[in-house]
Every structure is written in C-alpha cells, then in structure tokens.
Design a protein around this ligand. Structure first.
Ligand code: ATP
Ligand code: MG
Length: 431
C-alpha cells in the first residue's frame, strides 16, 4: 500500500456525524438571513494579494504574517487565499456596480485561510459566516446587523454570548487620538513588546489589539478613542445604543475594542464568550465607510460582521446542544442482486415522495447481496425506522414487506407495490 497522506496542519476534515451540526447551522443562517432580507453572495477563495494589502491595511496581523500568498506560475500574478471575506465582497460589489441600483444587504458562508498557530478555536483553514450591508450610513443598520446576530443566536440556541461595543470615530478623530497614543507609548517604550515597538509609528492603534498579556496593563491605561469623538460620531454611537436598548439587547462599552483590520470606523462590536478559553470572540464586526472607496468604488458607507463557525459550534457543543442524527427513513433489503433493476424504481418513487431511503449494496458485487441476516443487521445499525424487504416471494406477488425497526416489536405488514402512492408517505418521519 502507498504511504498515507494527511491533511495540512491546522486544516480540518468535517466528517459525519459532526457535519450535521454544520448543516443545521447553515440552515438556520439561511432562515434568519431571509427573515432580515439579506441575500447570498459567493466570491472566489483566491483574490489578488493587493486587495487585502489595500483593504485590511499593511500593518495588521493578517497582512504582516497570516496570509497564504503565492505567485501564479503562468502569469506571475500575486494571489492570496482569502483570510476574510469583506474585502472580496466589496471588490465584487464595486466590480459589478451593485450599488448602482441602491444599497445592498448580503451574506456569505465559506472557508478562510490564515497562517496562525493552530490551537482550540484557531485553525489555518476555518469558516466564517458574514453579513454586510453596503450603501447604508445610518446607525439603524449597525443596530439591524447586531439584532440579526442576536436573532441567529436565538435560532440556534446559543446562550451566554456577551456584546461589547465601541466607536472608532472618524479619520480626523483617529488622527488626534493617534498622536496622544504615540506620546503615551513613547513614555513607556521599555514596556513595549517587539510588535508594539515596530507599530509605534506605523500603526499605534494596532498595539491596542495586542494578544500579549504583558501588554494589557499598559493598553488599559492608554488614551481612549471614545474621549476624542466629536459630536457627530457620538450621536451615531448613541443612536446605535438607543436602538439596542429599545430592543432589550444588553451590551458593555469596551473602549479598548479596536478590531484587527484597519478598515473600521465608528461602530465596532464583538460577541464574546468566557466558555472557550482564550479564543473567546465568536463574532466581530463594525462600520467600514471608507473601504469601498479604497477598493476603487464610488464612496459609499457600509457595515458588517463575521462569525467563526468552528467557535460557534464548539460553544454550542460546550453548552450541551444535541445535534439531530441524520438517519434514513427506510433501509431497503434486497435478497438478490438481480432484483435490483426492479427495486430501484420503487426506491426512486419513495424518494420523490420525500422518504429518505438507503439501499443495501454489496461491497463486492461478486459476493452478491449477503445473507438476509447480515442485511437486517445493517438495517438496524443504519438507524432507519423501517426495513423494506424485497424477497423473491414478495416480488413474485408484486408486494414488499414493511417491517418496523423502532417499535420494539418489529411489526410487519405487506404492501402492494402498485399502490405505493397510498402507503409510501407513511414511511416518512415527521421533520
Ligand atoms: P482573533 O482576535 O481571535 O484572532 P480576529 O479579530 O482575527 O480574531 P476576525 O478577523 O474579526 O477575527 O474574524 C471574525 C471571527 O472569525 C472571529 O471572531 C473568530 O470567531 C473567527 N476566527 C478568526 N480567526 C480564526 C481562526 N484562525 N480560526 C478559527 N476562527 C477564527
Ligand atoms: Mg486574528
């Protein structure tokens, strides 16, 4: 046998039965997005590297050290596996002139790639679900997006995620704060770690986003952006808070919350849990009113969030959420391979009625279908509610035996194949 190959470090296979949790989450997302009139967008996984450098900012964790970038071997183009999706969505919106007809509410789901140290809740291929509202400048859409996330938590039964809120103000306010921040950190240069020293003059706000616990005390005492906001920025922030209050959404203000990308302004927020150790942020987002322009579009405001699917599912599991097992309604037991041409159309008819059917099939066709006993065993372990038994006697009479596998008694009855439209539906489990 050839050597075994394994998946790339930090990139996970999602296997059954666990994949059922993913499907359930995705189904809830589709429902909640439809209820809020957000429509699906799907953009490529590979984008020009320049999109992320321009979009996320040169001095960010992602662009500095986390991107999977490579050169197209034919034309030398610099390409990157997307580390997040907002930049790609904005590129698509600009490229297809989507805001021409008015603002857009969009959502996406898919894999993202970041070269990080793999640990619980932190992978190199991970998945995000995100919502973006483009072309809206008012605080009510910031609030709508937060309420949308809360609706999703309710729909999937997620508890105990707390909302943190901050405002990053507008560029002139940021500039004033930046000067104060540099002055402050310059007084404490011996307490700065390597990243912070490097970022002191290039992007001091990023120092506040540090994951280094040794930087915490220093960051906690740093000048707060909130204290530099002018009246317009404050009014926007207060309006978002008022809508959340009116909707009974609890939050805390975290003046230290800056988020990992440079594109944010005004409202930023994170949903955080204490139940996942240090990878506690399950969802983060905010307003990015200057990104569209930066990516070459006509200036337009926008706001959005992204959640980490692995973290959300891990938290659900941590909270004891059960996933419903995916089992067929019916397991078809077929006495001989040469009955299959006659049996298959019956199974197709059942499926067309919404009955899920697993057909017994031999691993090795030379060995035939196997004994009825071994087929019954497989039917039992499949989790199906019923076995349909296609034996020689049944088929000779144009009949099939329906045996209940879950009632404890194994009740059996005969049904006429020609009358399938009458009894077929009774095999379907209630959804
Ligand atoms: P963190 O501070 O944990 O590194 P981040 O600020 O880099 O997160 P965002 O870029 O805001 O994260 O992405 C939104 C969400 O995606 C995060 O809140 C998290 O749930 C998830 N996420 C980000 N990076 C990873 C990763 N490497 N593995 C798994 N999930 C991730
Ligand atoms: Mg990160």
């Amino acid at each position: 046998m050839a050597d075994k190959l394994s998946a790339v470090k930090g990139m996970n296979d999602i296997l059954p039965p666990d994949s059922a949790r993913w499907e359930a989450l995705e189904a809830s997302v589709r429902d909640v997005m439809r209820l809020h009139a957000y429509r699906n967008i799907r953009t490529p996984i590979v984008e020009p590297t320049a999109l992320f450098i321009r979009g996320l900012g040169e001095v960010t964790d992602i662009v500095e050290k986390e991107m999977y970038s490579f050169e197209d071997r034919l034309n030398g183009e610099q390409l990157t596996l997307r580390p997040e999706s907002t930049a790609g969505v904005v590129r698509a919106v600009v490229e297809h002139n989507m805001l021409y007809e008015g603002p857009k509410r969009l959502y996406y789901m898919g894999p993202m790639f970041r070269h990080e140290r793999p640990q619980r809740g932190r992978y190199r291929q991970f998945h995000q679900i995100g919502a973006e509202a483009l072309g809206f400048g008012g605080p009510e859409v910031d609030a709508e997006l937060i309420l949308l996330a809360c609706a999703l938590w309710r729909a999937i039964g997620l508890r105990d995620v707390r909302l943190e809120l901050n405002s990053l103000g507008q560029p002139p306010e940021r500039l004033q704060h930046r000067a104060a921040l540099i002055a402050y950190f310059e007084q404490h240069t011996d307490h700065l770690d390597e990243d912070a020293k490097r970022r002191l003059h290039s992007n001091p706000l990023r120092i506040l986003d540090s994951k280094n616990p040794a930087m915490k005390a220093l960051n906690d005492a740093a000048p707060k952006l909130l204290d530099f906001l002018g009246s317009e920025s404050l009014a926007h922030f207060n309006a978002v808070k008022a809508i959340l209050d009116a909707n009974g959404v609890a939050y805390t203000i975290n003046p230290r919350l800056v988020r990992g990308m440079d594109y944010y302004n005004l409202t930023v927020f994170e949903f955080i849990t204490e139940q996942l150790g240090s990878q506690g942020t399950v969802c983060g987002g905010g307003r990015y009113d200057y990104l569209i322009e930066q990516i070459g579009g006509k200036p337009a405001p926008a706001v959005g969030w992204a959640l980490g699917v692995e973290r959300v599912l891990e938290l659900l599991r941590e909270q004891g959420a059960q996933s419903s097992e995916v089992v067929p309604d019916v397991y078809a037991i077929v006495a001989q391979t040469d009955f299959l041409p006659q049996v298959l159309p019956v199974l197709q008819q059942l499926r067309a009625m919404g009955v899920s059917v697993q057909m017994h099939a031999p691993a090795d066709s030379a060995a035939g279908m196997g004994s009825m006993k071994s087929q019954f065993k497989k039917a039992d372990s499949s989790g199906a509610s019923f076995a349909l038994i296609f034996g020689a006697d049944e088929l000779a009479l144009g009949q099939v035996t329906v045996k209940s596998l879950r009632d404890g008694q194994g009740a059996q009855r005969s049904e006429i194949l020609a009358d399938i439209s009458h009894w077929g539906h009774s095999l379907q489990s209630p959804l």
